[in-house]
Structure formats: structure tokens, C-alpha cells
Write a protein that binds this ligand. Sequence first.
Ligand code: K1U
Ligand code: ZN
Length: 185
Amino acid sequence: MALLPIIIAPDPRLKQISAPVARVDDRIRRLMDDMLETMYQAPGVGLAAPQVGVLKRVIVVDGSAKDEERAPLCMANPELIEISEEDVNYEEGCLSLPEHYAEVVRPAQVRVRYLDHENEIRELDAEGLLGTCIQHEMDHLEGILFVDHLSALKRNMILRKLTKAKKAEAKGPDKTPTGAPVAAE
Ligand code: K1U
Ligand code: ZN
């Protein structure tokens, strides 16, 4: 298995629509396994293939609590086949928008149909963190980020900060007047 680099916003690859997979074969299984390893290492509770530069409809999620056993789920071509009328407000984060969090309103319960790791068709009812996370990851497959659910003011504030952080990162570490790097705290 391998750790995959996660793309940080703003990046045009995060705004693309991903293509369905024909079937879950060894290549897609390998992608799912690498995405799970990357998600756990980050750490995160979900990851979508476009976040690692692969424009395919593949997501991984794990909605288990800290004190529970891991419960990884791999999904190809996920579709929402039922959504509740009731909504829920959840504070979301995103590994592609590090250190930014905001409340997003989404359907409280969903039923999702998908192809699993073994190319079997499955259906799952999800709510709470898992339900929110599945919807957040499915948004990535449409090129939608959680900030797209916020007001333009909040979205632009977050994206401007991320652009600034990227520019600072590209410039390299801050230097003291003698040219030596500033010591980490
Ligand atoms: O980048 C992603 O798409 C993953 C994202 C998923 C998500 C989190 C919360 C609400 C909706 C979707 C994350 O995992 S961000 C990191 C995070 O929230 C977290 C990390 C460690 C433990 C618990 C949560
Ligand atoms: Zn995300």
C-alpha cells in the first residue's frame, strides 16, 4: 500500500466532475486501499479520489468512533437513492482545506447504493457523521467543496487564506536577517 499526496485547494483538479468506474478491478481495489491508508494517516474520516488527483467516482469513509474498531467502507459509483426531508447541521472539515471548519446543512439520513471493494452492489443507510461524510465525499466527485455550501463571503475568506498559505509554502521557510531559517517553536 502507498500514501498518496492530498491536493490542497484552490486547485482546478478539485473542481472537475469524476468519471464512473466500469468495475472494481485490481487497479481500483489498489486505489481504494491506498486511499484508506492515506485517510487514516492524515487523519481523516473520509477521502475522495479527486483529492489524490484521480478523477474517478471512488470514495472511502470510516464513521467509527475513536474507541471503536475501525469500520472502513470503500465505495465506487456511489448514488443517493433516498434522502430524508429532515436536515442536520454538522461542522465539516476537509483534508483539501486544512485547518478550516464550517457548519454545513445536509439531509440527516441517506440511503446510498454503490459497488464495494469486491465489485458487489450494496446499499447502506447512513446518518450522523457517516451520513454527512458520505455526502461530503460524493460532493467531491461533482467538483463541489464544503465551502461551496457557504456564503460567498465565508467561502472567499477561506479560499484567500489557503491561497496565501500556498504562496508562503512555495516561497520556502522564513529566514532571519542572517539568512538562517527561523527555528521552529
Ligand atoms: O477531506 C475529506 O473529504 C475528509 C474529511 C471528511 C469530513 C469530515 C467531517 C465532516 C464531513 C466530512 C475529513 O476527514 S476532515 C478531518 C476530520 O474531520 C477528522 C479527523 C480526525 C478525526 C475526526 C475527524
Ligand atoms: Zn473533503
